[in-house]
Structure formats: C-alpha cells, structure tokens
Design a protein around this ligand. Structure first.
Ligand code: 5GP
Ligand code: ZN
Length: 114
C-alpha cells in the first residue's frame, strides 16, 4: 500500500502532528481542520473503508471510538460536545482510502450534515 498517505503517516515518512499512538491506533491533527479541534483517528492496519470491517475487527472498531472519547476528554470536549464521523465512499465524501474517523469539536455544529 505504498501509495496510501495515511500508511506513510503511520511509518513517519510524512510528518504529522501526532496526539495519540499505541500498537494498533494512531491519532493526529487534520491538515485542513474544519473545526477548532479536528483529529483523525486511524487503525495502523490498512483497511480501505469502514464497510470492510469484519466481525473479527470488532475490538479494533471499538478502539477507534474509545480513542476518540479519550482525546475528547483530554481536550475538555465531553460536556460541550464533539462529533465522531466516518465517511464511506463517494457519496459521503471519502477522499483518503484508509479507514479513518474524524473527531470534531470546539464549535457548535450543524445538523443535518451537508
Ligand atoms: P475524508 O474526506 O476521506 O473522510 O477525510 C480525509 C481527511 O484527511 C481530510 O479531512 C483531510 O484534510 C485529511 N488529510 C488528507 N491528507 C492529509 C495529510 O497528509 N495529513 C493530515 N494530517 N491530514 C490529511
Ligand atoms: Zn493505508
């Protein structure tokens, strides 16, 4: 997967502002933030899209959400609120085909999403 930009971020071949890392998960600030807090949370394993998760990936999937909650907590966003988003394919606007969850916070957000 040498063309995958997020795999290059995992391998530190492309610099990023990392805010959380463990053996399975990496979180870093989005390069083009859409909110005062905009963090990208990814599995280190290359999975192209959320629809490809299998039952055996349940623990990994929950770790993404738990990492989002932990980062939100550290940034004081639990009470004001935050948003976790996973885009899948073109109608949702997925641009990077390495599974990632966005964590947005720090401003009031609209609903429904655009
Ligand atoms: P998507 O539209 O695929 O759900 O979101 C991809 C996100 O990745 C976008 O918010 C975009 O700004 C972010 N992104 C793309 N390339 C890079 C990069 O090289 N570094 C960082 N930190 N974020 C990136
Ligand atoms: Zn990748």
């Amino acid at each position: 997967m040498k063309e995958c930009i997020f795999c290059k971020i995992i391998k530190k071949e492309i610099p990023s502002s990392i805010i959380y890392e463990d053996g399975e998960i990496l979180a870093f600030n989005d390069i083009n933030p859409q909110a005062p807090v905009h963090v990208i949370i990814i599995p280190k394993r290359h999975i192209e899209r959320v629809s490809e998760l299998k039952a055996e990936d349940s623990e990994l999937a929950s770790k993404l959400i738990l990492a989002g909650n932990e980062i939100a907590g550290k940034k004081g966003l639990i009470d004001p609120g935050y948003r976790l988003v996973i885009n899948c394919n073109k109608d949702a606007g997925q641009e990077v085909f390495h599974l990632h969850m966005h964590m947005f916070g720090g401003r009031k957000m609209g609903w429904p999403p655009g």
